[in-house]
Design a protein around this ligand. Structure first.
Ligand SMILES: NC(=O)C1=CN([C@@H]2O[C@H](COP(=O)(O)OP(=O)(O)OC[C@H]3O[C@@H](n4cnc5c(N)ncnc54)[C@H](O)[C@@H]3O)[C@@H](O)[C@H]2O)C=CC1
Ligand SMILES: CC(=O)C(=O)O
Ligand SMILES: [Mg+2]
Length: 631
């Protein structure tokens, strides 16, 4: 025993001596290294050992480097695709932060407008980063106040400033540099179930043009509405940015831009990136629904045709906007005290022949044609109710290089001559000659409905002319409600894409400003498709959604000029629209069921039971009970 304890003492003194020796050696080595360092520029850093990968690292403020993670680190740590593609230096990160901070400080002195909205957005965004349940509870309970922050108009400002606002990643980035990698990188997303993806390539964000990678803000904003309005579980939504470059010269030159600093891919190269993305997401999540958002018209129609018969997808700007516009146009007919079946008599001047404008023209024309019996002559007659004006004026058959989607709406030269018009006639000329019932703007040009144009609308043949200034965000609206009510008259029906306040017309009367925005449809289209289990989104399902919105408003509201519901009731209207979509999918024999509710169970549900089924499957922002369980 004593022998053992003396051995122990000996060994402990040996260990002490060894430790001392080691400490001396290490300090000598350190001194040598420090000296050596003063002669060389080599820095030695011990690596930080971490036991996490992927989003867990980005969400851990101790280890997160954000955009400064190098390409090799991104590969080693499963971060590829979880950050915008450009690797920034630490100094660039600080520069971005300072630009943003200084701008806020400067602008705050100039009055409460954009910077005030951005400051509020930031506060909400930080809450979104910290606690999703609370964030969505705040959003749902105050949707009227906060939708304009998370959605249009502030989301436009957020996208414009995204490279300086970016702090924590949200969603995924698939870039042209990821070609060949998408099928594996899609597994970097931590959730095994994704119900809704909103994807953009940033090429036409609202009416703000090409914002490149910064367009991810619109996908995030749309998905906020999916959660708030449709009750899609926030853990099952995925905003996606496909960065194929940008043609925005300002961003291409900007040192702090977070996206690929190259011109946009085009043609087959572009298509191959989008194809690869679609294959990757549908391989990992076969039941996901993909909403295409804010793709420039050039690709919006082509991609819709390419994918709509094989994937669960739709284009919100083409199809969602069309449904909302139809509901509004039918409301404008009802507001005149006429039955909806009178719709084919409406003369419509449409300013804007892009994805939104032509989407509306097609659907409105099909609705008219159906009401007229769907024959060849019905289609011809329906088309003749539209005058489409773009940046080059009235579109006629004489137009050179006309897009195939626009061609059906080109006015015949014979008619044009008879109406005192010509190829390229200006908007004001067209309104003066046509005296339309409806003037609809999807041009992205703020103040396009000038005093002259609105003066001309005074001669509309309608008892309640409709003026729809649907471009977003607020600054791009074709006119304000004040301008429309004061110039055209108090009897008009007015709608805008972004929210405006109602107008006080004096003597206790109010000029109602409706918000004509696809937000009233897309959440219900997505939810209805999800719950029906339909493998595609058919024209009939979209039509059912639009009809549901059109009939949601009561007669007395419509006669008072209120043609869209208040955003406060968006959860209720979304539930009804989703139920209409489910019903239509069942009728078209497309419904394959959802979870325990298989196709045959769905077939047995009556109207009320479908609504209850939808309601029961909407996520609510209530804290769940959390229980810890060891691996
Ligand atoms: N309220 C809503 O729910 C929605 C609104 N929008 C808005 O619609 C606008 C257009 O969107 P897209 O069609 O996708 O854009 P786009 O860029 O594809 O089309 C714009 C069209 O406006 C035309 N245009 C330009 N200047 C004009 C002028 N001076 N007079 C007449 N036409 C003119 C262009 O030639 C083009 O045909 C955007 O501001 C967008 O925010 C889009 C979707 C939904
Ligand atoms: C509302 C919308 O989708 C847009 O302005 O593009
Ligand atoms: Mg859009």
């Amino acid at each position: 025993m004593s022998n053992f304890s003396s051995q122990l003492r000996l060994s402990s003194s040996l260990i002490k001596r060894f430790k001392h020796q080691m400490a001396t050696n290490v300090s000598m080595m350190m001194m040598m290294m420090t000296e050596r360092r003063s002669f060389t520029t080599v820095e030695w850093h011990r690596p930080t050992i971490i036991h996490k990968r992927s989003l867990d690292i980005l969400h851990d403020p101790w280890f997160n480097k954000g955009t400064a993670f190098s390409t090799t680190e991104r590969d080693r740590l499963d971060l590829r695709g979880l950050l915008p593609p450009t690797v920034m230096t630490a100094q660039q990160q600080i520069d971005r932060f300072m630009v943003d901070l200084k701008k806020l400080e400067k602008n705050a002195r100039d009055g409460p407008s954009d910077p005030y909205a951005l400051a509020k957005w930031r506060i909400l965004n930080r809450l979104h980063d910290r606690n999703e349940t609370m964030y969505y509870k705040v959003l749902i309970d105050n949707i009227k106040e906060y939708a304009p922050l998370v959605y249009t108009p502030t989301v436009g400002l957020v996208c414009q400033n995204y490279s300086s606002l970016f702090r924590r990643p949200r969603g995924m980035y698939f870039s042209a540099a990821d070609r060949g990698e998408m099928m594996s990188m899609v597994y970097n997303w931590p959730s095994d179930q994704v119900d809704m993806i909103v994807v953009t390539d940033g090429s036409r964000i609202l009416g703000l043009g090409d914002l490149g990678v910064q367009g991810i803000g619109i996908a995030i904003g749309k998905l906020d509405l999916y959660v708030a309005a449709a009750g899609i579980n926030p853990q099952r939504v995925l905003p996606v940015m496909i960065d194929v470059g940008t043609n925005n010269e300002m961003l291409l030159k900007h040192p702090l831009y977070l996206g690929l600093q190259q011109h946009r891919l085009d043609g087959e190269e572009y298509l191959s990136v989008i194809d690869e993305f679609m294959e990757a997401v549908f391989t990992r999540w076969p039941n996901v629904i993909v909403q295409f958002e804010d793709f420039q018209s050039k690709w919006a129609f082509k991609l819709l045709q390419r994918y709509r018969h094989t994937y669960r997808m739709f284009n919100d700007d083409v199809q969602g906007t069309a449904g909302v516009a139809i509901a509004g146009l039918l409301g404008a007919v009802r507001a005149q005290g006429k039955p909806m079946i009178d719709f084919p008599k409406q003369k419509i001047v449409l300013a804007g022949a892009g994805s939104a404008g032509i989407g509306v023209a097609n659907t409105a024309c099909n609705t008219m044609a159906r009401m007229l019996g769907n024959s060849e002559s019905a289609i011809e007659s329906a088309r003749s109710q539209f005058w489409v004006v773009d940046a080059m004026g009235l579109i006629t058959e004489d137009r050179a290089n006309i897009d195939p989607e626009v061609l059906p709406f080109a006015r015949k030269m014979k008619e044009v001559g008879y109406q005192g018009l010509r190829e390229g006639a200006s908007l004001v000329e067209v309104v003066r000659q046509v005296n339309p019932d409806v003037l609809l703007g999807l041009s992205a040009v703020g103040s396009l409905f000038s005093k002259e144009v609105l003066e001309a609308m005074k001669h509309s043949t309608s008892t309640r002319p409709a003026i729809f200034a649907l471009s977003n965000p607020t600054k791009n609206a074709e006119c304000t409600p004040e301008e429309a009510f004061s110039i055209v008259g108090h009897h008009i029906i007015f709608a805008s894409g972004s929210p405006f306040k109602n107008v006080d017309l004096g003597n206790g009367t109010v000029g109602h400003c409706n918000q004509g925005n696809n937000m009233y449809l897309f959440p219900g289209i997505g939810l209805g498709t999800l719950l029906s289990g339909s493998p595609v989104i058919s024209d009939g399902m979209l039509q059912a959604a639009a009809e549901c919105l059109a009939t949601y408003m009561k007669e007395e509201e419509v006669l008072n000029g209120i043609i869209y519901p208040s955003i406060s009731s968006i959860r209720d209207i979304t539930k009804e629209i989703a139920a209409a979509v489910v019903r239509e999918a069942i009728e078209e024999d497309l419904a394959e069921g959802y979870r325990d509710m298989d196709a045959r169970d769905l077939q047995k549900l009556n109207q009320d039971e479908i609504v209850a089924f939808v309601k029961n499957n909407m996520w609510n922002p209530d804290y769940p009970t959390v229980v810890y369980k060891r691996d």
